[in-house]
Structures are given as C-alpha cells and as structure tokens.
Design a protein around this ligand. Structure first.
Ligand SMILES: [Fe+2]
Length: 281
C-alpha cells in the first residue's frame, strides 16, 4: 500500500468493523489495494463516484488483460431482452450471479433478475429470466480478476459499520443497438439507483454511436457530473446509496450501418450471511 497513513486508516476501520457479528464469519483477509484502487477508493469516499480511465483500469486488471479479446467478443452473442415494458427490442443481454469473498469466487445457480418497481418503475416488479453468461466468460480470468478486485475495494468501504464476509455480485452484459430503432435508450428507466450497495460500469465496446452520455446525480437530484465513456475499459464506480445515474439515448453516426454500445455492469451488495451466501441472494 503506497500511502502509510491511508493504510493505517484502512486497518483501523477494519478493526472497528471486526466487532460486528458478521465479521466472525470472514473466510480470510481481503488483499491490500493497489495504488490505482486506493485512488478510486479516495474518490468514492469524497464524491460517491469515481472514474477509471483506460490506463488505470488496465493496470488494475494486470496480466488478466490478455484475455480481453475473447471477453469483449462475447458481447457479439447476446440474446434480445424480451422484457422491455416500452416494447423496445434494442437491448441485448446476459446475466449471472456470484458470491465473492477473499480468495473465493463462486458462481451461483442461474436465477431470475429482480428489481423493485421503486428502483425500476419501467421493468421492475417481476422476475426476469435472462440467458446466462456463458460458462467460459464467467470463468474468464479477466472477470475473475475483476470480481476479486472489486470485492477487495468495496470491503474497505464498508457501510453501516459492517465489514463484509462476502459480496453478492450480479454481472450484466448489455448491448444497446441502434439498428432496431433510431434512438435507443441505455437506461430506459431514467435516472435511477440499482438498489444495491456498489455499482461498476465498464465500457467494452462502442461503435458507430453518438450520444450515450453518463449522468451522475445526487439523491437531491443535483447533477454532479456528466461525461461520455468512449474507450474500451473506461469504468465508472458508484456508491449506489449516494448516487443516482442515467445514460442519455444513443443513435448511429451513420444510419446505414449498425451501431452499438456494449457495457459490463457489476452490481455489488452485502451477502446476507457469509456461510449461506453461495446459494442465498
Ligand atoms: Fe443502473
């Protein structure tokens, strides 16, 4: 850990949190954070959100970045999301759930994705059975590294004074296509929370697309920032309890050619009980 003062503070916070009953179920200590992750952590504390540029994220991913081509190519094989209540068929997706703890990544049995109507007034309130993330992508060293690093990062940012024994992580692969309708909505539900603790959005590809500006809003509705993810691997980290988010519509630069915006979304929340978390959402 590069900053000794910061390292001491993390240690103190972890010791304070270890008095919680959940901490006794901890499987092992989380790993120390890299310099890049410490920088993200500081921005999350200060602002509730943090951006990671392509260089920073590639450094975070280390040698697992060599698996990027097959990982990104898997977005070419996503089934249409048939649950869009606005009737749109411009979104493609796959879904998976994991339990993540120190040195543990366990994929959970396939399950429906559920959001309350409070968090998703358009598509929430029902169980949505999306096709599973393919096994070789769930096992891909790149997503495994990403899951473990996010577990490490968020474990140092415990909320409610509870140190996580493990995290329930949901993985979404999304493609928004411009050929199905002229203006496609990356977030048709509007400005929203995902209803979890932490959210990560990583751009995997963007081709022949205009628009798609990410908007960061606080719980009072005040716009804090807006920016466009343009390079693969650019990432946004969100404290979902403090920040609401949205992405503006996209449309094709060249309307005669396909356009799409691909993202990976990881939503992260405290596992209910570390011992049961491999099967419990
Ligand atoms: Fe969201």
């Amino acid at each position: 850990m590069a900053d000794p003062a910061l390292a001491r503070r993390v240690l103190v916070e972890r010791r304070a949190a270890s008095r919680s009953p959940l901490a006794t179920a901890r499987l092992a200590p989380w790993s120390p954070l890299s310099m890049e992750m410490m920088a993200v952590r500081e921005r999350l504390i200060a602002s509730g959100f943090a951006r990671g540029d392509r260089r920073q994220v590639r450094t975070m991913l280390g040698s697992s970045i060599q698996y990027w081509p097959s990982f990104a190519a898997s977005w070419n094989d996503l089934p249409v999301d048939i649950y869009m209540a606005d009737g749109g068929r411009y979104r493609r997706r796959r879904f998976a759930a994991f339990f993540v703890a120190p040195a543990v990544i366990a994929r959970k049995p396939h399950r429906p994705h559920f959001q309350s109507r409070t968090h998703n007034p358009l598509n929430g309130g029902i169980e949505r059975w999306f096709d599973p993330v393919k096994a070789d992508i769930g096992d891909n060293p790149l997503i495994q590294a990403m899951l473990q690093m996010r577990g490490n990062l968020f474990s140092t940012l415990s909320q409610d004074g509870v140190e996580p024994g493990g995290w329930h992580v949901e993985m979404h692969q999304f493609r928004i296509c411009t050929m199905v309708q002229p203006r496609a909505e990356p977030t048709p539900e509007g400005t929203h929370r995902d209803g979890v603790d932490w959210v990560l959005v990583l751009l995997t590809n963007r081709r022949n697309v205009q628009g798609g500006k990410t908007r960061i809003v606080n719980t009072d509705g005040e716009l804090l920032d807006e920016f466009t993810l343009t390079s693969a691997q650019e990432t946004v980290f969100l404290n979902d309890r403090r920040i609401r988010h949205a992405v503006t519509p996209i449309w094709a630069k060249d309307a005669t050619a396909p356009g799409f915006r691909d993202v990976l979304v990881l939503t992260v929340r405290l596992a209910r009980a570390a011992g049961a978390a491999v099967t419990e959402g």
